[in-house]
Design a protein around this ligand. Structure first.
Ligand code: MOS
Length: 750
């Protein structure tokens, strides 16, 4: 097993001989996508004409199905099958999963019990999508509904939350808070958010001689194949699970839903390919969402600005199908110093649909309270928000006491301040006017933990000198294809055009997939490990081959460059060497894992957001004018794809501050926003000038690439910077997100 010391040894990524690492290389899959040659799951061409499956969502929050009449649907044109809990083909019963990464079976229509609004309760398969949709409308369902249990905010009780066994307790928070000369105690709320991936969850499956080929849209092919196998009670080796192109994940495609299970079951029963997709309306309830939260932040400080007491306590909702709830306080363990801390989260069981991770789970919602509380506290202390944060910069992780692998938060704030023109900010609100707009600036810190997961990768070279990377990995739009090609090309000393990347196939060497911003570092470290093994095999081959100009050279002196191997000025192409010695090609598997001693460090990515907004005090409208994020997140593999991840996260944070949030209809446990007209997200015109700067950083503790993640970080703190800018513009503090015009007007000082 590797240690941190092993990670620090020279390697081809650090050498970066071709300069590919860090370069804004165009997307490997870009030409395929813009020319329509990259099919998403629902567009994959099956071997014969597919049938179309349509799901029927439950129309109550919770209760039982008393009657279900499918006769009219069965008699409807083109219908091949109608399934409910009464006649669904036998498959696995619900079971408690062994662990998250394995998951458990995901049966459909297991009982007559409805657990949440929108839970799929029936299925129609027909020759066309239209016939299936028409027949699905003819299914008549009678329910016995339970008393609704959907009103999270009525049960949240964040104000009187008592310390619990899982809370993070450092020192004596209560004592320090009671004695603090300057204090703050406020409550923030954040709403339900839906992933709304551009590509809703969709699957197609067909069977050949007992083997199921299934294409679906998921973040982790290995986990998904395992769940499908458990659910259909079959050998996973008999499933070819594919997820080659994915139109967004954001945490919502970590899991397996009824579209895949039904496509696989129906294609097996009907003997033809079957496609099933969630509609935009159905995905709002039928998949997962980020649960709403209530958060209470208490800060105590000395008059000169040292935080002496810090508490963030959050409450969020869980559901009958899933214990998941939003944990708002985790990031606060490591962000700012305070000798006395109380951090924790509670869940309130509800009858709402299952919640789950949505981009920067925890940080995205938790920074919306703490990073605004920091702004409010700075004002109480008469300090600049940046200087207040700098004063509370910890030397080591303030909760674990571990050293940081690297921490450049202060540099992010300083460089951001300079680039953004922070010195032009007026400390008092309401001072700057531009026509009818009140203009203000705000900032916030960003943090997100870093993880390296166990993963494998194969790298092969063939007799044409073509290098092929193969991995049970996904590209959810983040750029995985591209960064793997960069890593392989740099490791093997070949052109990127001589690298093939095959991902999205579950039977390939396994990875945990894309999520938690661990994807690139995890998959990439395995690719580097495989490349190093392949280099050793090739070098051994070259020095042993009397026909090679490298014959009897020293293995350690073999260089990989220009598509070939070399020792000094003796060289030959990979094509020549491999075609002579291994005409079938060479293929090796490498693996990555966190360093055995990596846990001795506190590992995070950091950033600082700066926003300038205009507020119209008459209409309450807020417009983002410009925004800058400065991030320190390890070595950047690809400046273009990394920047896109960061700016995408920033924009989502703006959305959290200003636009986004789903209302709960407490009568039915449903969400009112069910399409992109009623569920507000920002459009181009809502986002002004926006940029992300990535500081030079290499984290040699994290992995041999020195890379961390960028996917979640951009969203952490971004919304708080906007909220703080609103206050600076007009003096209104709105602690209930999103900050809509009507809330803002109500909060304006007279
Ligand atoms: Mo992460 S919650 O998989 O965007």
């Amino acid at each position: 097993m590797s240690t941190v010391e092993d990670f620090q040894k020279p390697n081809p990524i650090k050498e970066n001989r071709q300069g590919l690492i860090g370069k804004p290389v165009d997307r490997y899959d870009g030409p395929l996508k813009v020319s329509g040659k990259a099919p998403y799951a629902y567009e994959v061409q099956p071997p014969s004409a597919p049938s179309y499956g349509v799901m029927v969502p439950a129309g109550i929050a919770q209760g039982r199905i008393i009657t279900i009449d499918t006769a009219a649907a069965e008699a409807s044109p083109g219908v091949k099958a109608v399934w409910t809990h009464l006649n669904v083909p036998k498959h696995a019963a619900p079971a408690v999963p062994v662990d998250f990464w394995t998951g458990g079976p995901e049966p459909v229509f297991a009982t007559d019990r409805v657990r949440y609004f929108g839970e799929p309760v029936a299925f129609v398969c027909a020759d066309t999508f239209e016939n299936a949709t028409a027949a699905a409308q003819l299914i008549a369902i009678g329910y016995a509904a339970d008393e609704p249990n959907s009103d999270f905010h009525a049960k949240a009780h964040v104000l009187d939350i008592t310390p619990g066994p899982n809370d993070v307790v450092v020192g004596d928070f209560a004592g320090a808070f009671a004695e603090a000369p300057v204090t703050l105690d406020e409550v923030w709320t954040t709403p339900v958010q839906n992933h709304c991936q551009m590509e809703p969850h969709a699957s197609i499956a067909w069977w050949t001689d007992g083997v199921c080929e299934a294409h679906t849209s998921c973040q982790g092919v290995v986990r998904t194949r395992g769940i499908l196998a458990m659910t259909l009670e079959m050998d996973k080796e008999n499933i070819l699970l594919r997820s080659r192109y994915i139109g967004g994940g954001f945490g919502g495609k970590m899991f397996t839903y009824a579209d895949l299970i039904l496509a696989a079951l129906a294609s097996r029963e009907l003997g033809c390919p079957v496609k099933v997709a969630f509609t935009r309306q159905h995905m709002m309830h039928g998949t997962i969402h980020r649960p709403a939260t209530e958060q209470r932040v208490r800060l105590g400080a000395t008059p000169d600005g040292k935080i002496t007491a810090m508490s963030l306590l959050g409450v969020s909702h869980s559901s009958e199908p899933s214990p998941f709830f939003e944990r708002t306080s985790g990031f606060a363990k490591s962000l700012y110093a305070s000798p006395n801390r109380l951090l924790g989260d509670r869940s309130v069981p509800t009858g709402l649909p299952p919640g789950g991770p949505l981009r920067a789970p925890g940080e995205a919602s938790g920074t919306l309270s703490l990073e605004v509380a920091m702004d409010e506290m700075a004002e109480k202390l008469g300090l600049d928000p940046i200087e207040f944060r700098v004063l509370n910069e910890p030397e080591v992780d303030p909760t674990s006491g571990k050293p940081f692998s690297i921490r450049q938060l202060v540099r992010c704030m300083r460089e951001g301040a300079q680039t953004f023109g922070w010195d032009r900010r007026q400390a008092a609100p309401g001072q700057v006017r531009d026509g009818r707009w009140l203009v203000g600036m705000g900032m916030a810190g960003a943090i997100r933990g870093n993880m390296l997961m166990p993963a494998k990768c194969s790298i092969a070279v063939d007799a044409d000198g073509i290098v092929t990377v193969r991995q049970g990995m996904t590209d959810i739009g983040t750029g995985t294809y591209t960064v793997l090609a960069q890593i392989a090309a740099e490791t093997m000393g070949v052109l990127m055009s001589d690298v093939r990347v095959i991902i999205g196939e579950a039977e390939a060497p396994p990875t945990p997939g894309s999520g938690g911003q661990f994807g690139a570092a995890t998959a990439g470290s395995a690719a580097l490990a495989a490349g190093m093994k392949l280099r050793h095999a090739i070098a051994t081959m070259a020095v042993a081959d009397p026909a090679s100009p490298l014959h009897e050279g020293v293995i350690e002196e073999v260089e990989f460059r220009d598509g070939g191997v070399a020792i000094g000025n003796r060289s030959e192409s990979l094509k020549a060497l491999i075609s002579r010695n291994a005409p079938e090609g060479l293929d090796v598997i490498g693996e990555s894992a966190q360093a055995s001693d990596g846990g001795a460090w506190s590992q995070h990515t950091f950033g600082a957001h700066f926003a300038e907004v205009g507020v119209d005090p008459i209409t309450g409208e807020t417009r983002l004018r410009r925004m800058l994020g400065v991030f320190a997140c390890g070595r950047i593999l690809n400046a273009k794809t990394a920047r896109s991840q960061l700016t995408g996260g920033m924009i989502w944070g703006v959305s959290s501050a200003l636009h986004e949030g789903n209302e709960v209809d407490v009568r039915f446990g449903s969400f009112l926003g069910q399409d992109l007209a009623s569920y507000l997200v920002p459009v181009q015109a809502d986002i002004g000038e926006l940029d992300a700067i990535m500081l030079d950083e290499v984290d040699d503790i994290a992995n041999p690439l020195g890379v961390k993640g960028v996917g979640e970080l951009g969203m952490a703190g971004s919304g708080a910077a906007v909220a703080n800018a609103i206050y600076n513009a007009c003096g209104a503090r709105v602690r209930s997100y999103p900050i809509t015009p009507e809330k803002l007007i109500a909060a304006l000082p007279q």
